[in-house]
Design a protein around this ligand. Sequence first.
Ligand SMILES: CC[C@H](C(=O)O)C(=O)SCCNC(=O)CCNC(=O)[C@H](O)C(C)(C)COP(=O)(O)OP(=O)(O)OC[C@H]1O[C@@H](n2cnc3c(N)ncnc32)[C@H](O)[C@@H]1OP(=O)(O)O
Ligand SMILES: [Co+2]
Length: 143
Amino acid sequence: MAEDFKLGPLNHVGVAVPSLPDAIETYKTLYGATDITEPFDMPAQGVKVCFVNLPNSQIELIEPLNEESPIHNFIQKNPKGGQHHVCFEVADIHQAVEVMKTRGATVLGEPRIGAHGTPIVFVHPKNSNGVLVELMETPKGDH
Ligand SMILES: CC[C@H](C(=O)O)C(=O)SCCNC(=O)CCNC(=O)[C@H](O)C(C)(C)COP(=O)(O)OP(=O)(O)OC[C@H]1O[C@@H](n2cnc3c(N)ncnc32)[C@H](O)[C@@H]1OP(=O)(O)O
Ligand SMILES: [Co+2]
């Protein structure tokens, strides 16, 4: 089970923001980003999300949908926003969950469909030097 587990590519860096339109404007005007997806709501994940597409990865901009959002507290503590998580791809999300739990990590919840349409889970920041790590199953056909 664990022997063939490994992290795949860095898929995205999650940035939590108080206002998606303002953050989009920043990436457009300050960094000249031209490839930014239309924002969309993910009620199951409690966020509004869009992606700044880069040559080798993405910035995932996320805004809390409501006070129940898992990032509501984060924005309360960081009103201007901040780097929120890093996301690595894995071949098999269920194997990843098993390996993380076997190795003593706190896996937050069960795998749920994320913004790329494949199952994701999160490993608590306390397990990774204060960094919230998202594991995302690589979309089929992308292997
Ligand atoms: C649309 C899906 C998209 C995708 O890629 O597909 C996403 O990525 S959605 C991203 C948003 N969803 C999540 O983040 C789900 C997982 N996160 C959680 O369950 C919570 O955010 C959690 C448990 C990590 C923190 O919840 P909360 O902030 O309400 O709890 P606390 O305030 O008690 O914080 C506990 C402890 O953790 C520190 N913390 C919180 N958030 C982060 C963070 N992003 N990075 C690093 N550390 C974080 C917080 O400061 C507390 O630290 P302590 O030392 O105990 O004070
Ligand atoms: Co993410």
